[in-house]
Write a protein of this length. Structure first.
Length: 257
């Protein structure tokens, strides 16, 4: 039954990502977290699906890329993504404290606290678009550094990248295609660091789940392109943001440890 849920969620997340520039990593990471019971492996497993799905979407949208934005933004994101991934790998198990509620013990871990906090912050950014001030193109590298770092640290590059790119008033198709190229740059950097440093035993034993998720994500991308000019995602974005805030709070508080 879990593989059916994973397929449905992967399809929906990929479909959503095609329109608003984020969602696949945001939604899949919690799902893989419950399946693998390990945050770093959940992020790494999501990175595999995220990267291959972005390669597929790039083939669908490559003619619409604005390279004048994609190159400075993407190049700045690469070293930042390496650094974020390094921090994730080496500090995931760092425990801050423990506390008790009704005889249940909860542990606050540094990476879970950061990861949960990022989910909440990114959800607020999407709910309040004016949270990020208006920017001109000379600040592209700033957006690359910030989204790249958090992409490597938690896999959540999309929300910040979207928050920056929406300020450049790009055509919808150009916005999506340019975001795909930038996401690929971050995925390559963080996945390289993950594969060098992590023990992938859990992922290898669950490749069928990752493969199923990937195929569903491909289907979501194809369907998303078809509906690109026909859908209004404001309500869906609010629903996803509320879910992000709820999961982020539960993870940061140690309820899911």
């Amino acid at each position: 039954m879990e593989i059916i849920y994973l397929i449905l969620i992967s399809f929906a997340a990929s479909w959503l990502t095609f329109f608003c520039g984020f969602g696949l990593g945001t939604i899949l990471t919690p799902v893989f977290y419950f399946l693998f019971a390990d945050l770093s492996l959940a992020i790494a497993g999501t990175a595999i699906v995220h990267f291959l799905n972005n390669v597929f979407k790039f083939l669908l949208m490559q003619k619409k890329v604005d390279w004048k934005i994609a190159l400075p933004f993407g190049l700045a994101s690469i070293p930042a993504a390496f650094f974020g991934a390094f921090l994730l790998i080496h500090y995931e198990d760092f425990s801050i404290t423990e506390y008790t509620i009704s005889d249940s013990i909860f542990e606050l871990k540094l990476m879970n606290l950061i990861f949960g906090g990022l989910l909440i912050v990114f959800a607020v950014i999407e709910l309040v678009p004016s949270f990020i001030i208006s920017l001109n193109r000379k600040f592209l590298w700033v957006g690359g550094l910030i989204s790249g770092f958090f992409g490597g640290l938690s896999g959540h590059q999309g929300a910040l990248r979207t928050a920056f790119l929406t300020k450049y008033k790009l055509d919808k198709e150009v916005f999506i295609a340019t975001g795909i190229v930038i996401a690929l740059a971050v995925d390559i950097a963080r996945s390289t660091e993950y594969f060098i440093s992590m023990d992938y035993g859990v992922i290898k034993s669950n490749l069928h789940l990752i493969f199923a998720s990937l195929l569903a994500a491909f289907a979501g991308a194809v369907t998303g392109k078809y509906f690109l000019k026909k859908i209004d995602l404001k309500i869906l974005t609010v629903i996803i943001a509320i879910a992000m805030i709820s999961f982020g709070f539960a993870l940061a508080a140690g309820f899911l440890s």
